[in-house]
Design a protein. Structure first.
Length: 265
């Protein structure tokens, strides 16, 4: 007596998350996680393509967005800015055995017109902040990498031309950060290439990311997404005449991008 196959055909489950290792820890993150927790500004205007680009940056650069090592800045219809946190630069450099330290500071003009290079971020009364500098040493190199940046070139400004809140409150700290990340990136181009800090883009970092620490319910998809269902092998049945497949609605370009990225058919 033939055993009837009572198992209904199961549709392959579609993945909407990526999984990779960053700094020795497993990171799992979905597209909805990105839009809900990792976007500063207009999260509803972030496109699927921009989210996929962000996830690719995190995956291939080994960044953990739950530790604020990366996030997206999006305003209006302008292209999204993919930002790497400054601490990610510092941690990667510190973990590199060839890193031999860094000095950094600001460039000011004194009341008598003299240009002074100063370690740290102290500005005296009557002085004008004109830039920042940083110098990084790498083992095996005959000379250090020194970067000097102009305040006017990088200062974040509003539409009316005035400084945004972060640059107005902490101008010396901000321009020093710009110099630091640029010097680190030039010293370690393979390790840090393609990664840019918010300070370099003139955007504000403070509006971003009030997220919980590595939320388990967000960072880890439900168990049934990760484990294939256990199915008994059915008894083969005689082949049936093939029916004409139903026509499927044409996928949108955004859906095609997501399907290609997550490996869904």
């Amino acid at each position: 007596m033939a055993v009837q196959n009572r198992l209904a055909p199961q549709q392959a489950q579609k993945r909407d998350f990526v999984e990779y290792v960053a700094n020795g820890e497993k990171v799992k993150i979905s597209m909805s996680d990105v839009k809900n927790y990792l976007v500063s500004g207009d999260k509803d205007r972030v496109t699927t393509k921009e989210v996929v680009m962000f996830l690719n940056l995190c995956r291939f650069a080994g960044l953990n967005p739950w530790l604020k090592e990366a996030y997206i800045i999006k305003y209006g219809n302008e292209p999204a800015t993919l930002v790497t946190g400054k601490e990610a630069f510092m941690k990667r450099a510190d973990a590199n055995p060839e890193y031999e330290g860094m000095e950094s500071g600001i460039v000011v003009m004194t009341e008598d017109g003299a240009v002074t290079y100063r370690v740290g971020t102290i500005i005296l009364q009557g002085e004008q902040l004109i830039g920042g500098w940083a110098e990084v040493w790498r083992r095996g190199r005959s000379h250090s990498c020194r970067v000097e940046v102009s305040f006017d070139e990088y200062a974040g400004r509003k539409k009316d031309g005035s400084l945004n809140s972060q640059w107005a409150k902490k101008p010396a700290t901000m321009i020093r950060k710009v110099a630091q990340v640029q010097a680190l990136r030039e010293t370690f181009p393979v390790m840090l290439g393609g990664m840019y800090a918010a300070e370099e883009t003139g955007t504000q970092e403070e509006a971003v990311l009030d997220i919980p620490e590595q939320p388990q319910e967000l960072a880890q998809p439900p168990q049934e997404q990760l484990e294939a269902p256990k199915v008994e092998i059915p008894t083969p049945e005689p082949p049936k005449p093939q029916e004409k497949p139903e026509s499927k609605p044409q996928a949108s370009p955004q859906s095609d991008i997501a399907a290609a990225f997550f490996g869904n058919q």
